[in-house]
Design a protein. Structure first.
Length: 436
């Protein structure tokens, strides 16, 4: 119906998508518009389209919502990574609450959605940031790609990242541009991570081929305050990495626990919210001294958080570096009631008998839990299943699947881990109705 570069005048939206887009609907076509809120009117330009849907940007606002805030960081909005930054934080929370309530009420019966737990920080909260790289006129630039395009939105600053990450980022850009042109063209993206506990940042440079970094460039990078480690991950088929400076891990602290996190291992990005999230999950256990399986265990953060109230914890993680980190972290924290398996959860549940366990913790990726894992989990007949979700849609889908096997979820606790974005973290606890 519409194609790329088409301009539509005076469109008004009466709907906001789950991802925070203003939606313009026609009988057989929908346009999702960045930076357009409910009841706003604007001229828009389409930048991606197929036969059913299109994505567009606002050229000019003609009428704005009274919900829109004035102090918008335009670079943040243009990046597409923070669609809710146009709203006051309380309005962001209201939007997220309504999204998950509508989703639950539409698909589930007798499941209560509790009030979302707000974030202590609304900006500069991320301990990790990833930026894509692109050489433009022989200069390497970093930013986020516009949705469904090769157009890089350059990021001069990083308002969602910890201030120490932003400070390091502002200094590394010029140094990296001293690399030769072929090296710059090889770089695909960078990742910056910061540990408050160590007061140290880590730079990971992802490249197609191994980078040649001369001593002067490396010296200039190592002189940047708080930049403690630099890693070059390279290769397209077989991935390898070199440590150019420091270590391949950072140490994070959660309450009285320390976690050594390998550069490619998962760790929650909002330090101030991790304790709240895991406490909600821990409170889901009926009583102490249980045998627990920690599926999708990562570097062991959840399992070790639960270990203080458990008889034993079995940690299962497919990423071997993360699984080894989890084992090392248990030793670091002198936790003796944990065992570790580097394996795919789906395959492990299909071939191993875990009926002796009382509870399973899931913290899966956005795709949720495979149906075969849900079936295998139900077949263990465990009393409780604790589900930490980063995607309400797959959470609701999986609740429906668990219900088929007699597991009941009575309430969901949303937690805001990602202010300014549409992402919602949530904790759900399933009780085994067969054992009641």
């Amino acid at each position: 119906m519409y194609k790329v570069n088409d301009i539509l005048r005076s469109v008004e939206t009466k709907e906001i998508s789950y991802e925070g887009y203003g939606v313009i609907r026609y009988p057989d076509f929908a346009i999702f518009v960045e930076n357009l809120w409910l009841d706003e009117v604007a001229d828009i330009k389409i930048f991606w389209a197929n036969k059913k849907i299109a994505f567009a940007k606002v050229l000019k606002h003609l009428k704005v919502s009274n919900k829109r805030v004035d102090n918008i960081d335009k670079e943040l909005i243009n990046s597409g990574s923070a669609p809710l930054a146009i709203l006051d934080y309380q309005d962001q929370l209201t939007f997220k609450q309504e999204v998950i309530e509508k989703l639950v009420n539409r698909n589930l019966k007798n499941v209560k959605v509790k009030k979302i737990i707000a974030s202590d920080k609304t900006l500069n909260y991320r301990n990790k940031i990833t930026l894509h790289a692109k050489v433009i006129k022989d200069k390497i630039e970093f930013g986020n790609y516009e949705k469904n395009s090769h157009n890089l939105i350059i990021q001069e600053k990083l308002p969602l990242a910890n201030l120490n990450i932003e400070n390091v980022y502002l200094q590394i850009k010029d140094v990296i541009n001293n690399l030769d042109l072929n090296s710059k063209k090889s770089i695909e993206k960078i990742m910056l991570r910061y540990s408050e506990y160590e007061d140290k940042a880590q730079l990971v440079i992802y490249s197609k081929t191994k980078l040649t970094v001369d001593n002067q460039i490396l010296s200039n990078l190592s002189d940047i305050p708080k930049l403690g480690s630099i890693i070059n991950e390279y290769g397209q088929n077989k991935i390898k990495y070199d440590i150019l400076l420091g270590d391949d891990s950072l140490v994070f602290k959660l309450e009285n626990l320390l976690f050594k996190v390998h550069y490619d291992a998962f760790y929650q990005v909002n330090d101030s919210q991790i304790f709240k999230l895991y406490s909600e999950a821990l409170n889901g256990l009926d009583d102490n001294k249980k045998s627990i399986v920690d599926a999708f265990a990562g570097v062991g953060t959840i399992g070790m958080f639960f270990a203080k109230r458990a008889k034993e914890v079995l940690s299962i993680e497919i990423n071997q570096n993360a699984s080894k980190s989890a084992e090392d972290n248990a030793k670091l924290n002198k936790i003796l009631n944990m065992n570790f398996v580097a394996a795919d959860v789906t395959k492990y549940f299909a071939t191993k008998d875990i009926k002796e366990f009382d509870a399973i913790i899931f913290d899966p990726p956005r795709a949720g839990i495979d149906k075969e894992v849900i079936k295998a989990s139900a077949n263990t007949n465990v009393d409780e299943i604790i589900y930490i979700s980063c995607n309400p849609r797959t959470l609701v889908r999986d609740i429906i699947e668990f219900e088929k096997y007699g597991y009941v979820c009575e309430e969901i606790q949303p937690v805001d881990m990602f202010p300014q974005t549409y992402h919602i973290e949530a904790v759900a606890v399933f009780k085994n109705n067969k054992n009641r």
